[in-house]
Design a binder for this molecule. Structure first.
Ligand SMILES: NC(=O)c1ccc[n+]([C@@H]2O[C@H](COP(=O)([O-])OP(=O)(O)OC[C@H]3O[C@@H](n4cnc5c(N)ncnc54)[C@H](OP(=O)(O)O)[C@@H]3O)[C@@H](O)[C@H]2O)c1
Length: 344
């Protein structure tokens, strides 16, 4: 069968390759046929060995990457009683669990949620991994559909995959939103529901941001500090302040120091930052993606609503995926670009 495989770990190059089809699914697994997928920033990094001591898998399918999919169930393991062959599903898998860039792949039940006809293939192809991260970041900030109304929320990196999905969720939940994005993506974040937009290259506008909760999804780069905008919260005295970051040093520490040394180092940094923030009255959290079928089902239902703005900015055939994956500039923003199997 066709799959996209990392053929060179030094360069992280992805290529289409013929590999044997996976075995029948194990008891807790589901066997899936790919309909569409997307690229997440972690994939090209993991392809080059980033986080390898923690994330490297062994056995069949170990070189298949890819975090997202919309797929069709082919077969279920003996222990899976609530899914059946032919069902369309939303998929999100961590690098540690398995990959989706193959015509047929097996994943644990926890990576899969059934979807109904009203969720489009294109939206589902890019929703899972970034969507769960967005939902888990909102939860880490203490936000939910029940309590978000009127809260002042700022999303840094609002035009990316995680940011776009978090923006749509929080807007529907009633939060008041400031979206930070590059100038070219200001219209995108406005269309998703931002009340205010700020260009991160405008220092005066950045310094004037008025928010009690900050979600940082900005891709790390040399043009911004590790906890951008945390100083905005430190200068305030309002209750319920929270700062949540998805760009943290866990995987880079593990890459440099191995699992034990890396987790100890990053755990130490995290505790120090969390305690310092707590002393200032701020809830400070790092988010690490976790598989969660129940949250996937929530996202599937939420984005099936025809009034929900689309988070997909680009749809290409699956054969285009390696070129975009191998492009050092990464997938173009905003939102999610998706890659669809033709004729499924
Ligand atoms: N911890 C976890 O488990 C986990 C899970 C998923 C993602 N992540 C991380 O979370 C981040 C977001 O993921 P994603 O999938 O949304 O990535 P993405 O689609 O590549 O989006 C990255 C965003 O960063 C923005 N950005 C770049 N430089 C910026 C700056 N100086 N200030 C503010 N924003 C800036 C970009 O804005 P423009 O395009 O408008 O310039 C873009 O919206 C990535 O670093 C990713 O690795 C972590």
């Amino acid at each position: 069968m066709k799959a996209f495989i990392i053929v060179d770990q030094n360069t992280g190059t992805l290529r289409p390759t013929d590999i044997p089809a996976p075995p029948a699914p194990a008891d807790n697994q589901v066997q899936l046929e790919l309909i569409g997928t997307s690229i997440n920033p972690i994939d090209p990094l993991v392809a080059k060995g980033y986080g390898a001591p923690l994330l490297e898998r062994k056995g069949p399918g170990a070189r298949i990457t890819g975090r997202d999919a919309v797929a069709r169930v082919i077969e279920v393991g003996k222990g899976v009683t609530d899914l059946r062959p032919g069902q369309r599903v939303l998929v999100a898998a961590s690098p540690r669990t398995g990959g989706t860039y193959a015509a047929i792949f097996n994943l644990p039940r926890k990576c899969v949620a059934p979807i109904d006809d009203s969720l489009s293939d294109a939206t589902a192809a890019g929703l899972g991994y970034a969507g769960l991260t967005a939902l888990q970041a909102l939860a880490a900030a203490g936000l939910s559909a029940d309590n978000a109304r009127g809260k002042l929320l700022c999303i840094n990196g609002a035009s990316g995959g995680v940011g776009s999905i978090a923006l749509v969720l929080a807007r529907r939940w009633g939060a008041t939103l400031t979206a930070v994005a590059s100038e070219r993506n200001q219209d995108w974040v406005r269309r998703l529901g931002a009340d205010q937009t700020v260009d991160y290259r405008d220092p005066a506008a950045m310094a004037a941001i008025d928010a009690d909760i900050i979600l940082n999804f900005a891709a790390p780069g040399d043009n911004h500090r590790q906890n951008p905008l945390l100083d905005r919260l430190l200068r305030r005295d309002t209750p319920g302040r929270a700062y949540v970051n998805t760009t943290n040093p866990v995987l880079s520490s593990v890459t440099d120091k191995g699992v034990v040394g890396g987790l100890a180092t990053s755990g130490g940094i995290y505790l120090k930052k969390r305690l310092a923030a707590r002393r200032a009255g701020i809830r400070y959290r790092w988010v690490l993606f976790q598989e969660n079928a129940e949250q996937l089902a929530y996202l599937a239902k939420f984005f099936a609503d025809p009034d929900t703005p689309t988070i997909v900015s680009d749809i290409q055939p699956l054969k285009a995926l390696p070129d975009v994956f191998n492009d050092p500039k990464g997938p173009p923003s905003p939102g999610k670009g998706v890659f669809m199997v033709e004729g499924v």
